[in-house]
Design a protein around this ligand. Structure first.
Ligand code: ATP
Ligand code: MG
Length: 365
């Protein structure tokens, strides 16, 4: 019996951080034995940020960094498939086809695109390719016809779009009855499944910085927002970030009552998420709330907790870094395997659209 397929991945805009770990990566490591996993490194989407057009070398660096992060986190390339988006031609072709199925206004109503425009300060200065990346993401996913897509909460609007595209395609070209239940689209003759998101243990981990001036809410930890603790940070870097992070701004002394809501104070968001000693967390949270413990003590404990999680990964990363040729080879092998599936999907889609003239073969990839 073949294992059900998973597709998920990352944009190479930096190294992976704690938000990736609890939002998706931890799930991927746990699921790789039971599922046939495909992890995409979406390098084309990295160019949605205008600054990267001037520094394309950074994107390449990030592709290698993220591959190292995967390996260090425990993704096993002999079990799971890691691949580079730009080397999968079927994804670009499906993007074009799917763009025909998505009303432009519908695309621009996507709340994640709106959040990104605001939080990344894109203003009016984004390219046509910026909203297009949401269409591209439908292709990234559907090219693999996956059973599950493990992601963080910010991806849900994109996945909703992907579900709509799948239904629309199947209804239009495969004559699937619109009353069909989502889980039955493929059984009813559809090429594409109506995909299912799988959220991580934490849907949205906040960053180390102050809340957004516009919304008053803490921003999500994001590679692009300079508020991240990376899985490859050394103990000194972790310490520096934790000791300097945003906490309760109204608290001047340890005897002042402090904010312990994880939505408002990242210090407690991180303890709740990462500290395995839940008794310590409850005890100190109560003390903090009443004004019985200083920020420094709670931060020191957090450094200990985070270093215990991150350091083994960082050590493994250092080992993998010694042979970057082997790391590139992981990508090459993975991409070859991913192309087999994506080509198959593209041909199925073309046939359904009456455009399956002959089967093509990719060579030399
Ligand atoms: P960028 O700032 O370039 O958008 P990012 O940090 O948001 O980078 P992505 O590559 O966009 O990272 O996201 C990869 C995956 O990690 C997605 O599934 C996303 O939902 C998840 N993820 C990213 N940040 C967080 C977070 N802070 N909490 C939970 N999940 C997250
Ligand atoms: Mg993102």
């Amino acid at each position: 019996m073949s294992k059900p397929r998973i597709l998920t991945g990352d944009t190479p805009t930096g190294r992976l951080h704690l938000g990736h770990w609890v939002g998706s990566l931890e799930n991927r490591v746990a699921m790789q034995a039971a599922y046939d996993c495909y992890f995409i490194i979406a390098n084309v989407h990295a160019f949605t940020a205008p600054s990267r057009l001037e520094n394309p070398g950074e994107v390449r660096q990030s592709v290698m960094d993220i591959t190292l992060d995967y390996l260090a986190a425990g993704i096993d390339p002999t079990v799971s498939t890691i691949f580079v988006q730009s080397e999968i031609p079927a994804i670009a072709e499906l993007t074009f086809l799917f763009a025909m199925l998505i009303p432009f206004n519908r695309l621009m109503r996507n709340p994640t695109l709106k959040d990104e425009i605001r939080d990344k300060g894109l203003g009016e200065n984004y390219s046509f390719g910026f909203p297009m990346y949401a269409v591209g993401q439908c292709a990234d996913i559907l090219a693999f016809r996956p059973a599950l897509v493990p992601v963080g909460e910010d991806q849900l609007p994109h996945l909703e779009l992907c579900r709509e595209v799948g239904r629309r395609f199947d209804q239009l070209f495969c004559k699937v009855d619109p009353h069909t239940q989502d889980k039955d689209y493929v059984k009813a003759g559809g090429v594409f499944p109506v995909i299912e998101a799988k959220l991580g243990r934490v849907r949205r981990l906040v960053g180390t910085g102050a809340p957004s001036a516009e919304t008053g809410q803490l921003l999500k930890m994001s590679k692009s927002l300079n508020n991240s603790i990376f899985l490859s940070d050394d103990p000194d870097a972790v310490k520096k970030k934790v000791m300097g992070m945003y906490t309760d701004p109204n608290r001047k002394r340890a005897t002042d009552p402090g904010e312990t809501d994880a939505e408002k104070n990242p210090l407690w968001a991180y303890h709740e998420t990462f500290n395995p000693d839940t008794a310590w967390v409850s005890e100190y949270q109560a003390k903090y709330k009443a004004g019985g413990v200083g920020d420094v003590e709670v931060k020191r404990k957090l450094v200990e907790v985070l270093v215990a999680l991150i350091e083994p990964m960082r050590q493994r990363r250092l080992e993998f870094e010694k042979d970057m040729g082997a790391v590139l080879n992981v990508l090459k092998q993975g991409t070859a395997k991913a192309n087999v599936v994506a080509e198959e999907t593209l041909y199925m889609a073309k046939e359904a659209m009456g455009q399956g003239y002959w089967r093509r073969e990719l060579r030399g990839l």
